[in-house]
Design a binder for this molecule. Structure first.
Ligand SMILES: C[S@@+](CC[C@H](N)C(=O)[O-])C[C@H]1O[C@@H](n2cnc3c(N)ncnc32)[C@H](O)[C@@H]1O
Length: 320
């Protein structure tokens, strides 16, 4: 996946004149904090330099993961056309750009972000862009109430991992109260990220939420560690991205886990493919999460006729 051209251009403008070799050190430090899930009371992105490093090396990947999660929701709910949005831990406004790309009717968005430097960077990116009306708020979602009318779309992308475990249930309950339509939570596709999604999913089902993606059921997740549910998006690396990472390969794979929870139930219309399909001659093996709450591999061959044809067209994340 590539950034949409207006976002790509806004990022290029923000990075114009910055020596990527200098930014590489900041980017490497940032990546290490994310990998190690450092929670030391300071924000990972606290100044403009760190915000620029995020634009160069993380935004393309988080955008791809968020946009792919939105696609899954749009597929499950073709009639969902959010007009209002709330995004917490907005960073440079990643979810706003992805939502505007997915749902053109979006008119108003409130973005809450703890880091003034990140907020300023997001505001600069959005300047003159064809985006919904945006209100930015510098705030701490762990401490501040989310007042105002509930929104059609509420998002928390790559944020839960930055909150202390003990405050997450409180923040999730607030997010759900702020949701009039659908709440989408995205986390890194690591075992720890998936566990946070599992915990959030269980809590919010208990508060009346309906799961609309990726799970085709509301039962407990059938996967057992060391297995974990995650998806992958291939992300194109721009020249600046490669320079900032000191990388040669023109792409990277972003693993992510997510859950979309709605006020309205969605009809489960099939099983979700939860790993890369294995294709051989005349057969395909899919790892499926099924509407009855079970998960496992299933082999399809030509003898399965139409189902086989549909199975061969499936990709990781598709619904069969
Ligand atoms: C990894 S970034 C994700 C940014 C964006 N959502 C994305 O997907 O690209 C996490 C963001 O959450 C913000 N954040 C962390 N703790 C927060 C808090 N307690 N309240 C508000 N924002 C917070 C950070 O400052 C950072 O911008």
């Amino acid at each position: 996946m590539e950034l949409p051209p207006p976002l790509r251009q806004a990022v290029d403008r923000a990075l114009n004149g910055i020596a990527m070799t200098d930014l590489a050190v900041t980017a490497a430090g940032l990546s290490q904090r994310y990998r190690e899930e450092t929670r030391d009371g300071t924000l990972h992105v606290g100044n403009n330099r760190e915000a620029l490093a995020y634009l160069a090396v993380r935004l393309p990947a988080t955008y791809a993961a968020v946009r792919a999660s939105f696609d899954a929701v749009a597929d499950a709910r073709p009639d969902f056309a959010p007009k209002t949005a709330l995004d917490i831990g907005a960073g440079p406004g990643t979810a706003l750009w992805a939502a505007a790309d997915c749902w053109p009717d979006l008119a108003d968005a409130l973005l809450v972000e703890a880091s003034p430097a990140f907020r300023a960077c997001g505001e600069a990116l959005a300047e003159d862009a064809n985006l919904p009306r945006v209100t930015w708020r510098t705030g701490d979602v762990a401490a501040d109430a989310l007042d105002g009318a509930p929104c059609d779309l509420v998002t928390a992308a790559y944020v839960l991992n930055e909150l202390a475990p003990e405050v997450r249930p409180r923040v999730l309950a607030r997010l759900w109260r702020a949701t009039a339509g659908t709440l989408i939570i995205v986390e890194p596709g690591t075992p720890a990220g998936w566990q946070r999604i599992v915990d959030a999913r269980r809590q919010l089902i208990g508060e009346g939420a309906h799961v609309i993606a990726p799970c085709p059921h509301a039962q407990d997740c059938p996967l057992v560690p060391p297995d974990w549910c995650h998806f992958v998006e291939r992300v194109a690396r721009s020249r600046l991205h490669k320079q900032a990472k000191g990388a040669e390969v023109p792409w990277e794979d972003e693993k992510f886990s997510y859950v979309a929870l709605s006020r309205k139930p969605a009809a489960a219309d099939g099983a979700r493919v939860i790993a890369r399909p294995r294709k051989g001659s005349g057969r395909v093996t899919l790892k499926l999460c099924r509407p009855d709450g079970s998960a496992g591999e299933q082999m399809f061959s030509r003898r399965d006729g139409d189902v086989f044809k549909r199975a061969t067209r499936c990709d990781w994340g598709s619904v069969l």
